[in-house]
Design a binder for this molecule. Structure first.
Ligand SMILES: Nc1nc2c(c(=O)[nH]1)N[C@H]1C(S)=C(S)[C@@H](COP(=O)(O)O)O[C@H]1N2
Ligand SMILES: [Mo]
Length: 490
C-alpha cells in the first residue's frame, strides 16, 4: 500500500491531468479530421454555396450536367492523420464524442484544482505589464535564444498557456456544441452569435490548427530548453528525479501511441464493437443533453439557400418511376403497425389536412448545411388520426429507395420526436412541390436531428414497440451500415 501511495504521490495532479489531456486531445484531433473528411470544405455561409468554400481538402470537382450527391464529395484521409481513416464517419464520430466526454471532465477537474490550489496565478496574468514583457520575450525567441525563466513561466509562455486553457478550449466546446442540430434548433440565436453553423465549424477547425501549432512549439521548447528538468516539472511538479521523469514521460507517449494504433485497428476491423461499446457510453450522455430540446426555428425567407445540396440517389424501381409519371396520383402513404386506425393517404389527403410551414436549417451528418422552407402536415395530426396503441414507442419510416439492391432505406424516430411541433411530412420545398431529388412526393423533417433521419421518398410509416428486430437492429439504414449512433441530435 505504502509503495502505491508513494508511487502515486510521485505524480503531481497537473502531470496526471496533462497526460489525460494529451490522450484525449490526440484522439479528438484524429477523429475530428475523420469527420472533416466527410465534407472536406469549410465555409462562412450556412447555405454552403457551391464554390464559396474558403478552404478545401479535395481536388474533386462535381459535374455540372449530372446529379451528384454530398457522398460523392467525401475524401478519404489516411489513417496516419484521421481516426480511423479511409472514410469511416461513423467511427470518427464515436471516437470524437467518447473522447469529448472525458476531455471535458478532465478539463473541469484541472480548472477546479487550478483555482482550489491557487495555481491559476501561474497562468492568468494579473498585470498589463505582461504584454510589453511578452513582446520583449518574443524578440529574444526571434533570435533563437531562450528568454530568462519566469515565475515559473516567462510572459510568452504564460500568455500561451492561459490562451489555450481559457480561450481556445472553451471556444472549441462552444463551437462544437453549435454544430449540434438540436442546439441550433432550440437556440437559433446562439449559433447566430457565432456567425452561423458553418462559421462555428470553420472556427472549430481554426481552433484545431491553433492547438496543433501550440503543441508543436510547446514540445519543441520543452525539449530544447532542458528536457530532463522540464519533464520532472511536468510529471513530478518539482525539479527532482530527472531520469525517472524522462522514463515515465516517454513511457506515457508510448502508451498513447499504442492506444492510437489499437483504436485505428479496432475501428477498421470491428466497427460493430466500437458502435456497441462506445455507444453505451455516449448515447445516455447525448440523450440527456439533447433529446428534450425542441426546435424553435423561424429563419427569414431571405436566408433560404440558393442551392440545397442533395444526399441519397432517387429510387430506380419501375414502381416509383410509374408514380412520378402520374405526378404521384396513385401514391398512397401506408400508416400501420401498432395503431387503432391504419391509414392510406394520398397527396390530396395530405393537402386537405392543415398545412404547416417552417424555414429551418438542415444539418447533414457529413458537415454541410442548407436552409429551406418546408410545407407539409404535422406528424401530430397524422398521429391523432391513426391513434397509436399504448405499446407503440417508435415510428419506422420506409422509403421507396434502395441504397443497395434489395435493401430499403429506413429510419426510426421515437414518438416524442414525432410529436414536436416542427416534425412534419413535407410535400413542398420553397413553395414548390417537392422535387424528386429532394424526396418527392413527401419526406420527413425532424428539425432537431441530423439529415439522415429525414427519410425521403416515403413509402410507409409503421408504429412499433421496439426497433431492434428491424434491419440491422440499430435504428435505421445508416446506423446499420455506417455505424452512426441512434441519437442524431449532434
Ligand atoms: N431515402 C433516403 N432518404 C434520405 C437519404 C437517403 O440516402 N435515402 N439521405 C438522408 C441524408 S444523409 C440527408 S443529409 C438528407 C438530404 O436531403 P436533401 O437531399 O433534400 O438535401 O436526406 C436524408 N434522407
Ligand atoms: Mo446526411
Amino acid at each position: 500500500m505504502r509503495f502505491f501511495a508513494q508511487a502515486f504521490g510521485f505524480f503531481s495532479w497537473v502531470g496526471i491531468c496533462h497526460f489525460i489531456n494529451l490522450l484525449f486531445i490526440s484522439l479528438l484531433i484524429r477523429s475530428g479530421l475523420e469527420i472533416l473528411s466527410a465534407h472536406p470544405k469549410l465555409y462562412w455561409n450556412d447555405g454552403c454555396n457551391v464554390g464559396s468554400e474558403w478552404l478545401k481538402f479535395t481536388h474533386k470537382v462535381m459535374p455540372a450536367d449530372r446529379l451528384w450527391t454530398a457522398t460523392d464529395e467525401q475524401e478519404p484521409f489516411t489513417s496516419w492523420l484521421a481516426l480511423p481513416g479511409h472514410m469511416n464517419l461513423g467511427m470518427g464520430r464515436h471516437w470524437h464524442f467518447f473522447s469529448i466526454i472525458f476531455w471535458v471532465l478532465n478539463g473541469a477537474v484541472y480548472v477546479f484544482l487550478l483555482f482550489a490550489t491557487g495555481g491559476w496565478r501561474r497562468l492568468i496574468p494579473t498585470s498589463w505589464s505582461i504584454f510589453p514583457a511578452a513582446i520583449h520575450a518574443s524578440l529574444i525567441y526571434a533570435h533563437f535564444h531562450l528568454p530568462p525563466p519566469g515565475h515559473p513561466y516567462n510572459p510568452i509562455q504564460q500568455l500561451a498557456y492561459a490562451g489555450v486553457v481559457f480561450v481556445i478550449a472553451p471556444l472549441m466546446i462552444a463551437t462544437g456544441a453549435a454544430m449540434s442540430p438540436a442546439v441550433a434548433a432550440r437556440f437559433p440565436g446562439y449559433i447566430r452569435m457565432l456567425g452561423g453553423r458553418q462559421s462555428a465549424r470553420s472556427i472549430h477547425f481554426i481552433g484545431l490548427v491553433a492547438i496543433c501549432l501550440f503543441t508543436i512549439v510547446h514540445v519543441t521548447l520543452v525539449v530544447v530548453e532542458d528536457f530532463p528538468a522540464n519533464m520532472s516539472y511536468i510529471i513530478h511538479g518539482r525539479h527532482a528525479l530527472e531520469g525517472l521523469s524522462v522514463a515515465i514521460g516517454i513511457g506515457g507517449l508510448v502508451v498513447v501511441a499504442i492506444l492510437h494504433v489499437w483504436a485505428t485497428q479496432v475501428s477498421l476491423r470491428d466497427p460493430k464493437f466500437v458502435q456497441r461499446t462506445f455507444g453505451a457510453a455516449i448515447e445516455p450522455v447525448r440523450r440527456s443533453l439533447l433529446h428534450d430540446l425542441r426546435s424553435r426555428q423561424a429563419y427569414p425567407r431571405s436566408a433560404i439557400s440558393a442551392y440545397f445540396i442533395i444526399n441519397g440517389r432517387p429510387p430506380e424501381s419501375a414502381e416509383y418511376q410509374q408514380l412520378t409519371q402520374t405526378n404521384f396520383e396513385n401514391w398512397r402513404l401506408e400508416i400501420g403497425g401498432l395503431v387503432a386506425n391504419p391509414l392510406h393517404l394520398g397527396l390530396k389527403d395530405l393537402r386537405a389536412m392543415q398545412a404547416h410551414s417552417q424555414i429551418t436549417l438542415h444539418h447533414c451528418i457529413q458537415g454541410w448545411s442548407g436552409i429551406a422552407q418546408w410545407n407539409g402536415v404535422a406528424m401530430t395530426d397524422i398521429l391523432a388520426r391513426c391513434r397509436p396503441l399504448g405499446n407503440a414507442h417508435y415510428l419506422v419510416f420506409r422509403s421507396w429507395q434502395e441504397p443497395e439492391p434489395g435493401v430499403t432505406y429506413y429510419e426510426v424516430i421515437d414518438l416524442e420526436l414525432a410529436s414536436h411541433a416542427q416534425t412534419i411530412l413535407a410535400y413542398e420545398m420553397n413553395d414548390a412541390p417537392l422535387e424528386v431529388a429532394h424526396g418527392a412526393p413527401c419526406r420527413l423533417r425532424v428539425e432537431t436531428q441530423l439529415g439522415f433521419k429525414m427519410v425521403k421518398w416515403i413509402r410507409s410509416i409503421e408504429l412499433v414497440e421496439d426497433y431492434r428486430l428491424l434491419g440491422g437492429g440499430q435504428g435505421g439504414y445508416r446506423e446499420d451500415v455506417q455505424f452512426y449512433g441512434p441519437e442524431a441530435g449532434i
